[in-house]
Design a binder for this molecule. Structure first.
Ligand SMILES: Nc1ncnc2c1ncn2[C@@H]1O[C@H](COP(=O)(O)OP(=O)(O)OP(=O)(O)O)[C@@H](O)[C@H]1O
Ligand SMILES: [Mg+2]
Length: 330
């Protein structure tokens, strides 16, 4: 099972001097050919923290995660993971980290117990039976221990992958889109599990595209085109963008959205169910436009800018910057 491709149990993290960060990297850079896919990334994850890693497809999340745990050598930058140098001490890091890859795999024709036992065996874990029993118990898998992995639903497969990551009692979990394609109930259970682990002092770096999951993280980072655009608590990330948002209720929101696009003060319009969210930086210009264009036929309400509004805004700004950069480079 590649989900836990990490060697067996190891003693705790190196005694500190690192301000308690389990991940502390700066200027992390990776190039493929002449394309910079991670660009001077700086990130700090605290002990016992659930840290969400967000960004559009291809923004560099997986590449960053692999550099942070010593699986991929950066072209530039430095840092520590669990107090160990990511460039020189990757073997130490690997022994203490549980990594669930984006496309984790397991053996369909082995049972849950056999899959876990196989992982434990591959890495020569001492007291294999105890470790497997503990993982089964902890993840609530014991009742299905004999079931073939191939016959499990998506949510149970996810749980099996998490159990495999936890077998060697890592202090840090790196989870790369662990709940992609899993139903809401199973995702909620998975997150309850993550919070229990965090409460025990296990740190979690988790990449996701789901907004409800982002809101469950203690801290967040958002990257686009390899560049970190924001980092902090959800509240801090929202506040950092200094955006003003109005909700517009009424008829024909799609036509209204077309009308508003490009008007003074309007930087973004997004339909959320029966409301149109209109966002911008220039408070006065935005309000004036809305009163002029939407005033009579629609109900206007100033609302708090949501995390999703902010992410959409950062993503489209990053797109614009890339395009401007490319045109300037021609
Ligand atoms: N081995 C490689 N060789 C060449 N390019 C690569 C390689 N690995 C990744 N890339 C490129 O680097 C960029 C970042 O990829 P990465 O997989 O880190 O993004 P991501 O944020 O994890 O995306 P997703 O949300 O789709 O998983 C992409 O443009 C990708 O095509
Ligand atoms: Mg990825």
């Amino acid at each position: 099972m590649s989900a836990s491709a990490m060697p067996p149990a190891a003693p705790g993290p190196r005694g500190d001097g690192h301000a308690g960060w389990v991940i502390d990297v700066r200027d992390l850079t990776k190039r493929y050919g002449d394309k910079v896919v991670v660009d001077k990334l700086a990130m700090q994850v605290g002990r016992g923290e659930i840290f969400g890693f967000l960004g559009p497809n291809g923004s560099g999340k997986t590449t960053s995660i692999r550099m942070m745990c010593g699986l991929l050598t950066p072209d530039g930058g430095s840092g520590t993971c669990l107090g160990y140098d990511i460039l020189r001490e990757s073997a130490q890091i690997k022994r203490r980290v549980g990594y669930m890859t984006q496309k984790f795999s397991y053996w369909d024709d082995l049972s849950i117990r056999e899959n876990l036992d196989f992982v434990a065996r591959v890495y020569g874990m001492p007291k294999r039976r105890e470790a497997v029993d503990r993982a089964l118990e902890e993840l609530g898998l014991a009742s299905r221990a004999q079931q073939l992995a191939g016959s499990l639903s998506g949510g149970w497969k996810q749980r099996l992958a998490l159990a495999a990551c936890l077998l060697h009692e890592p202090q840090l979990l790196l989870l790369d889109e662990p709940t992609a394609g899993v139903d809401p109930k199973a995702r909620r259970d998975f997150w309850a599990q993550l919070h229990q682990l965090a409460a025990r002092g296990i740190s979690v770096l988790v990449s996701t595209h789901y907004m409800d999951e982002a809101e469950r993280c203690h801290k967040l980072a958002y990257i686009a085109y390899g560049k970190l655009l924001a980092q902090g608590t959800a509240g801090e990330v929202v506040a950092s963008q200094k955006l003003v948002t109005w909700s517009v209720l009424g008829e024909q929101l799609s036509a209204l959205s077309d009308q508003l696009r490009g008007a003074p003060g309007v930087e973004q319009t997004v339909v959320f169910g029966s409301a149109l969210h209109v966002t911008g930086h220039d408070e006065a210009a935005l309000e004036a436009t809305l009163r002029r264009v939407a005033g009579a036929r629609h109900r206007l309400e100033r609302i708090d800018t949501s995390l999703e509004d902010v992410f959409i805004h950062m993503m489209s700004r990053a797109d614009d910057n890339m395009r401007a950069g490319k045109e300037a480079g021609r």
